[in-house]
Design a protein around this ligand. Structure first.
Ligand SMILES: [Zn+2]
Length: 441
């Protein structure tokens, strides 16, 4: 698509631009189709992609006002989308981690009032502005690792004012950028201490008090529940998700993570946009998912960080025709990484996805999981100009050189947010400089 106006920015001299153009979402054999274009350039006008095409043709569309960024032969990708994170919280669970290293079990810690409860106690202490302050460096680090859009959940408040504060912090973080956040209400993360002996009372609080306020203040797009032993069972989860739907929130489910919880079946039944985790998914649930429009979001960094052996069966899910995405599950207890690339590596090396399938899982399919596939997730004319520049020339090298940050540049809404390599650092956008202090790498 050539417009009359010359592009504002052209990112060029790339050996390979992975566009992810084509069907959204990808499933089955299509999951591995990344629609890569060799020796290509990306033209950007305003906050939108104007064109992706051969180097010379795209450069011919420039005029003297067009900024040029030379990526020195490196691969360009759509900005990563992290479709499952818990980034807004207080406190730190290093001591719990040490206990786990010494053999303590995550579910036992949870049952003894640690785990999520410990984070709830710390989070309830914090104002909206303190929550924002605590979360910003986390999001900045995650963005320096290539993430341009985050799903972000509440669920560490577990009372009306604290849940609302968490969601208000998510809104403030979204509005102050440079990233973009998609908010999920997760009042049903676990039962707070004060309702330990009154399950029905807490569910009533979520349904009667929290959800109406979340809707009235327009604070969330999705409603999530932790459907698991020790948290909420299938019937309780259904009640909450159906109530969420009545308040305009699309369901998501933490499902089949630590046991066969039935969460996947419930997710399909209530029309969830995603069911997440899935190490304990059963055959029947795989088939149900394959026949549905619900995304399976794999969170292998959690399995790794909890030092468990049983990963979600990614290969089987793709082969069955399920829509598969991958996310970090960043949270203070069970997945304390700030790098979606770690989840990408594990999706390939422990869940059996090909590198191409894993890349679709953190771009176009993750966009679909957040209901933004029309605007995000691929580099196509008219879509939002969210892209990342790597230090490699082909997809497999992202995993071959595992354990390091391969992202050298992040462009969000057409603006360069950071560049790590000074020799590539010419013609940087003035507007982006205000954020450069956020990046420690
Ligand atoms: Zn989670």
């Amino acid at each position: 698509m050539m417009s009359d106006k010359a592009p504002d920015l052209i990112v060029h001299n790339s050996s390979l631009v992975v566009t992810m153009a084509g069907s959204a979402p990808r499933r089955g054999a299509e999951q591995g189709e990344i629609a890569a274009v060799a020796d290509a350039a990306v033209a950007i006008t305003g906050d939108r992609i104007a064109e992706v095409g051969p180097e010379k043709r795209v450069l011919d569309s420039a005029d003297r006002h067009t900024r040029l960024i030379d990526v020195d032969g490196r691969m360009i990708l759509p900005g990563y989308i992290d479709a499952h994170t818990h980034p807004v919280y207080g406190g730190d669970r290093t001591d719990e981690f040490i206990a786990r290293l010494r053999g303590a079990d995550y579910e036992d810690i949870h049952a003894a009032g640690g785990g999520i409860q410990a984070t709830v106690r710390a989070t309830r202490e914090l104002s909206v502005s303190r929550l924002v302050e605590e979360a910003r460096p986390r999001l900045a680090r995650m963005m320096s690792n290539g993430v341009t859009t985050f799903e972000a959940k509440s669920g560490y408040g577990l009372d009306v004012p604290s849940e609302l504060r968490q969601l208000q912090a998510i809104r403030e973080l979204d509005q102050s950028g440079p990233w973009e956040l998609v908010p999920t209400f997760m009042g049903a993360h676990t039962l707070p201490d004060e309702f330990k002996d009154d399950r029905a009372g807490y569910i009533e609080l979520v349904v009667e008090k929290m959800l109406p306020q979340v809707e009235a203040l327009d604070l969330a797009d999705f409603c999530d529940v932790f459907c698991e032993r020790g948290a909420f069972d299938v019937d309780e989860s259904r009640e909450i998700l159906e109530a969420g739907k009545r308040h305009g929130l699309t369901p998501r489910v933490h499902a089949d993570e630590l046991s066969p919880s039935g969460g996947t079946k419930l997710g399909v039944e209530v029309g969830a946009r995603s069911v997440d985790h899935l190490p304990f998914i059963d055959d029947e649930s795989v088939e149900l998912l394959a026949d549905s429009d619900t995304t399976a979001i794999l969170l292998p960094a959690t399995t790794f960080f909890l030092m468990k052996d049983r990963y979600a069966p990614g290969r089987r899910l793709v082969d069955a025709g399920v829509i598969v995405a991958v996310a970090s599950d960043h949270n203070p207890g069970s997945s304390h990484t700030l790098s979606l690339e770690r989840a990408l590596e594990l999706a390939v090396m422990r869940c059996g996805l090909s590198v191409e399938e894993a890349l679709a899982a953190v771009t176009i399919n993750a966009a679909y999981a957040l209901e933004h596939q029309g605007r995000l997730g691929s580099l196509e004319p008219g879509k939002q100009a969210d892209l990342i520049i790597t230090d490699v020339t082909r997809p497999e090298q992202l995993i071959y050189g595992w354990g390091v940050n391969h992202i050298t540049g992040v462009i969000k809404r057409g603006k360069m947010i950071n560049r790590r390599r000074h020799r590539l650092q010419h013609r940087q956008h003035k507007e982006s400089r205000g954020f450069s202090h956020l990046f420690g790498d």
